[in-house]
Every structure is written in C-alpha cells, then in structure tokens.
Design a protein around this ligand. Structure first.
Ligand SMILES: N[C@@H](CCC(=O)N[C@@H](CS)C(=O)NCC(=O)O)C(=O)O
Length: 216
C-alpha cells in the first residue's frame, strides 16, 4: 500500500522510473527481505527510492518522504496546494490517512478469522468514525484538500485495504464514494490499483466492486 502511493505519485508527476517489486507471498509476507531494502531502510520496509541521476546518489525511504522529494524535483503538476495553510492541511490529511486511519486497518488484517473479537469491532468503529469525519470535512470539494494532492493518493490506497478488511465506506458516505469514483478514473490510479487488484485475484482474493472494475 505504501509502495503504491509512491508509484501513483511518480505516474502523476510523469517521472521516469524503474519499478522493482520486492518478494511478497501471502504466507511469508515480505520474507526474505530485499537486500536493497535492508541496506537503505533501518525500518526494513518498502518503499525505498534510489535516485542515481545528476547530483549524486540519493537513497531514501518512507512514502511521505518520497512524496516530498518528488514535489521538490518536479513541482509541476503540483500535488500539494500552494497556499501555506491549505498545504499544511493537505499534509495533515496525508499524515492522518497513514497514521490515524490505517493502523486500525492493519489490526483488522490479523483479525480476519475473528470478526467478532472486541478488537476487530473497535477497529471497524475507528475506521467508520474516520469516514464520518472525512465525509463531513469533504463538503462540496472535489478532492480531499481542495486541489488533487498526495492526501488523495494516500487515502485512496489506504481505503482499499479498509474495504478489503471489512471496514468499507457506507451509504452514509456518498461524497467519499463519489470522490473514490473520481480517483478510480485517474489513469495513474487505475494503472497501479488495477495491477494490485489483478494480483489479489491471482491469489484467489475477492475484490471490492470498485477495485474489480479497475482490475478487469
Ligand atoms: N511509513 C512507511 C510505512 C511503510 C510500510 O509499512 N511498508 C510495509 C509495506 S506496505 C512494509 O514494508 N512492511 C513489511 C514490514 O514491516 O516488515 C511509509 O510511508 O513508507
């Protein structure tokens, strides 16, 4: 999910890049870890970015750090709003998506066999409360932070996992669902989320309807 964030952003920016997928199996997850990941990221996680172009070698990790680097090297098209407060709000939304919305979804991943476990009920309630707040904050805006931004990319990817883990948006979130349709129509999003959907299908996993359409 975090690697897909960076990949979508690179496509949106029109940056040329080589994508290296690390080993991943549903049973063993990310083991064995890719040697470049172990070398670059002390947290041993993807994504990592290597830029060995002009200016010397750069090796960084963390999807949000990668967003910031993309914005610096290729400001156009802008993926943060220009106005300082709007930009800070967008950054906060991106952070909340990763650090407030997503952790309960990660907890649900380990509770798929026990959906009535109080921890699972609590995690789904947290996701629902996040949708409620975001729906309200969305107002009539087309994108989460006004203009299309990294916040949209982060939350789109995160909510794919929310839906798959049993915490989908509901009829109480029509603006968010319309936003998701707008996101799904973007070529960069279709390309990355569609490929993820096809991988999940190849592993015998069922997809949410919106992702099924992208994966077809
Ligand atoms: N804050 C990091 C989170 C990265 C992360 O959690 N990556 C996951 C894959 S989506 C990972 O590498 N998990 C393997 C592990 O933690 O061992 C980011 O934004 O890049």
């Amino acid at each position: 999910m975090f690697g897909a964030k960076a990949e979508i952003a690179a496509h949106e920016k029109g940056l040329a890049f080589e994508l290296v997928m690390v080993p991943f199996e549903m049973k063993t997850l990310y083991q064995p870890k890719h040697p470049e990941v172990l070398r670059i990221n002390p947290k041993r996680q993807v994504p990592v970015l290597i830029d060995d172009g002009p200016g010397g070698d750069l090796e960084i990790f963390d999807s949000t750090q990668i967003f910031e680097y993309f914005e610096t090297i290729k400001p156009d098209p802008a993926l943060w709003p220009a106005e300082p407060k709007a930009r800070a709000r967008a950054r906060l939304l991106e952070h909340k998506s990763d650090e407030v919305y997503f952790p309960p979804i990660v907890r649900l991943m380990g509770l798929q066999g026990t959906p009535d476990d109080p921890a699972a009920i609590e995690a789904r309630a947290a996701a629902l409360a996040f949708y409620d707040r975001t729906e309200k904050a969305m107002g009539d805006k087309e994108w989460l932070a006004g203009s299309y931004s990294y916040a949209d990319i982060a939350f789109y990817m995160a909510q794919i996992f929310g839906d798959r883990m049993g915490a989908p948006m509901t009829d109480a979130h029509p603006r968010l669902q319309a936003w998701r349709d707008r996101m799904s129509a973007r070529p960069a999003v279709r390309q990355v989320a569609g490929a993820m959907g096809r991988y999940l299908v190849s592993q015998g996993r069922k997809l949410p309807a919106f992702l099924e359409r992208l994966a077809a």
